[in-house]
Design a protein around this ligand. Structure first.
Ligand code: BGC
Length: 758
């Protein structure tokens, strides 16, 4: 034992030593390099221009090429192909004075060519290993194609489904969001950034981008510090703690200052409070947009951003064009320019680019490591895990692989929409539609018949806006009634109807806010007609946001929410529909009854007049026209099995100081299928010096249970789990009573109370 401890100590000391010597080596290298750099070359490193049209073979002669030669470019982004990247890197390392390699970024958001579910869907797996693996595969593929830096993970907490970018994040909860942030960073970066199959992550959009007023993209955020620190900042911090190499400033203003010029965010919180050592990049033209925000001309806003703590300027070139002048006029300091330049060079050093600028430019890897059978298999399994079974009356699902199945809907026979928003590197022609997936999975056991049934929307102009980036659904210009009738005719000759409806991929994502979060009317009319046939209907719902599904929940027997499941989604949908995979996804956002309830989230405060008991009660916190309940709460999701929870057993009913509480439940699979269940732990701090949420997620475990099997699940709870930021923004716990709640979603929990004293 003693020997083992000594050996362990030696390993720890050695690795700490290695870390230090690496840091010293890096510092020595960068010190020497920076001594050689002119002011212009230093400022050049801060420049991340748009890549324009870089044509293979002509990189050096392009506009960008000229700037690279002059040492005015630190990196480029969203260039796809190892040949193009190698060609521009060659210009940097052979034709610029100091031969400094460039960093190559891309929005590798949920996979590269092998596309995983959109992040909101991925978050519903509650499976951190799967999420980490998806990032690892994305890194493997992206790095095989020349990329060494990804603008992911996006960890913005969002409670407003009108905001289209809710699709890109992990939902409404800070704890779950933090766990996912960590898993993603680990997946991309691994343990060694200099390996040729790991890439640097860039956490975004810092900060509070998801709290845009009215859910309108780029809109204002105004928030109390308590809410910021307790509810919105934790996932960014979790990513920083996990070692994320870079962070992206958000477009929005926060309390009157655009994030890009916020010293509070970029320096006080990020660097001083959290100890972040990486570099900060702006979002696309984030600097020059501050002119329109109304805080000054280009030179002023550029100087403000640099002095606030921004290191790299994405696209606006304002730092490149104004910093020398600002230095002369005393608006920025040389120390700040040096610090920013150093951080960019450090990132390149950590990625191993000084050692080998072509480390990520192995054309052979590009041929063999992208969109492989093995990765696609994993993506298919992960996609199936992200689907959330919202309703399954009379066990309509799983479907039998026999008889005739009518597949109907504008999203049923379409490849382009399957990967979902922000699938920059995807090859749409390689994605699998639901129709293909279903046909391949049933083979000749069942007959699949198909009709479109409706357009995405009655309004052709809306459909065009919702079909950008080559994701058109091909509008059918016949009268709507004829399109529906055709579908009803084939439905009438079938045993069951699968309706693939909802949003197109570009109805969520950047600048895709909606004021109406229902399924478009044209598709609802189709759904009504299908229900009228009297055949069982399964709604396969595509969406990038929580939708208002009150009517659907009341009228459609089975609803499977499939988000946008990625390149393999067509197969994964078939796997789940036919019961080859038992669904296990759980919502990471609340689904409201209507848009008027928004923002609606599970971890709200109690108010002084909470509604207890039946809705409606006068002079209680409720609405005249709708109850306070969501249609589906946070953490909710069904299975083909059902799970029974015992009462919560606590190791003690009273604890002191740093003792550990164990809370356990027995979970039984009392259905006919083996399945997975995510057991969720919530805590309520009943009395606090500030008001506390009615419950907060503090732990979860995804377990597998065979049909009939029971498992005991135990959570260890310490005072770390009770901490929050108080009115002085001090992170601490307070003695008192705590409700410990465990269940399969945030609404249906078993509760036990504990007194925890100091
Ligand atoms: C988005 C970012 C993205 C960047 C680069 C911006 O419009 O807000 O999320 O990383 O573009 O493509």
């Amino acid at each position: 034992m003693k020997q083992l401890l000594t050996a362990l100590l030696v390993v720890i000391v050695l690795s700490a030593g290695a870390q230090t010597s690496n840091d010293v080596k890096m510092k020595t290298f960068i010190d020497a390099l920076m001594k050689k750099m002119t002011l212009g070359e230093k400022i050049g490193q801060l420049n991340l221009p748009g890549s324009g049209d870089i044509v293979t073979g002509q990189a050096g002669n392009s506009d960008i090429g000229k700037k690279i030669k002059e040492g005015k470019v630190g990196g480029l982004f969203n260039i796809k192909s190892v040949e193009k990247i190698r060609a521009v890197q060659k210009v940097a390392v052979e034709e610029s004075r100091l031969k400094i390699p460039m960093i190559f970024g891309m929005d590798v958001i949920h996979g590269y060519e092998t596309v995983f579910p959109i992040p909101l869907g991925l978050s519903c797996t509650w499976d951190m290993k799967a999420i980490e693996r998806s990032a690892q595969i994305a890194a493997q593929e992206a790095s095989a194609d020349g990329i060494n830096w990804t603008f992911s993970p996006m960890v913005d907490i969002a409670r407003d489904p009108r905001w289209g970018r809710i699709a890109e994040g992990n939902g409404e909860d800070a704890y779950l969001g933090g766990q996912i942030a960590k898993a993603m960073v680990k997946g991309y970066q691994g343990n060694d950034l200099s390996k040729n199959n790991t890439i640097m992550s860039c956490v975004k959009h810092y900060a509070m981008y998801g709290a845009a007023e009215a859910g309108r993209d780029y809109n204002t955020t105004d928030m109390s510090k308590l809410r910021m620190y307790n509810e919105y900042l934790p996932p960014y911090k979790a990513a920083v703690d996990a070692g994320a190499g870079s962070i992206m400033a958000s477009f929005n203003e926060v309390d009157g200052v655009p994030a890009t010029a916020s010293k509070f965010l970029m320096t006080d919180v990020l660097r001083k409070q959290w100890g972040f050592k990486g570099f900060v990049v702006t979002d696309y033209t984030g600097i020059t947009e501050m002119v329109l925000h109304g805080i000054g001309d280009t030179q002023t806003v550029a100087a403000r951003s640099l002095m606030a703590g921004i290191d790299m300027d994405m696209v606006s070139e304002a730092l490149l064009n104004t910093t020398q002048k600002s230095l002369k006029e005393g608006k920025v300091t040389l120390a700040q320019i040096d610090a920013a330049c150093r951080r960019i060079l450090e990132a390149k050093y950590k990625l191993g680019l000084f050692e080998d600028p072509y480390r990520y430019c192995d054309a052979q890897r590009a041929k063999t490591e992208i969109f492989t059978t093995a990765s696609r298999k994993e993506a298919r399994a992960i996609a199936a895990q992200s689907f959330v079974l919202l309703k399954n009356a009379n066990n309509v699902l799983p479907l039998k692989k026999s008889g005739t199945i009518a597949l109907i809907g504008p999203l049923a026979d379409n490849k382009e929409n399957m990967p979902g928003t922000w699938s920059v590197a995807a090859n749409f022609s390689k994605a699998t539609s639901v129709l293909t997936g279903l046909k391949e999975v049933v083979g000749d056991k069942a007959k699949i018949v198909y009709a479109k049934g409706s357009n995405l929307d009655y309004d052709a102009a809306f459909e065009e806006r919702a079909g950008m980036f080559g994701k058109t659904l091909g509008r059918d210009n016949r009268p709507a009634a004829d399109i529906i009738q055709e579908a009803v005719n084939i439905a009438n000759q079938s045993d069951v109807i699968v309706a693939a409806l909802g949003e197109s991929a570009e109805m969520s994502g950047e600048c895709s806010s909606r004021s109406n979060i229902e399924i478009p009317e044209a598709q609802k009319d189709l759904l009504k007609a299908l229900l009228k046939t009297g055949k069982p209907v399964v709604l396969v719902l595509f969406t990038g946001r929580p939708l208002a599904l009150k009517w659907e929940n009341e009228n459609v027997p089975a609803i499977l929410n499939v988000w946008f499941g990625g390149s393999e989604a067509g197969y994964a949908i078939a796997d789940v529909l036919f019961g080859d995979v038992n669904p296990s996804g759980k919502l990471s956002t609340t689904f409201p009854q209507n848009v008027g309830q928004v923002p609606i989230y599970y971890n709200h405060k109690n108010t002084g007049r909470p509604l207890e008991g039946q809705w409606f009660q006068k002079f209680r916190s409720n609405y005249l026209d709708v109850s306070n309940d969501p249609v589906y709460p946070f953490g909710y999701g069904l299975s083909y099995s059902s799970f029974n929870y015992s009462d919560v057993k606590l190791s003690s009913s009273s604890l002191k100081g740093n003792q550990t509480l164990t809370a356990s439940v027995m979970v039984t699979n009392n259905g006919k299928y083996d399945g997975k269940e995510t057991v969720q732990l919530y805590i309520r701090d009943v009395v606090g010096s500030i008001t506390r949420p009615v419950k907060e997620l503090k732990g979860f475990e995804k377990i597998e249970l065979k049909a009939g099997e029971t498992k005991t699940i135990t959570f260890n709870i310490t005072t770390e789990d009770l901490k929050f930021y108080n009115a002085d923004l001090k992170y601490d716990w307070e003695a008192g009573t705590f409700d410990i709640m465990i269940g399969g979603n945030s609404r249906d929990v078993k509760t036990a109370a504990i007194n925890w004293n100091k």
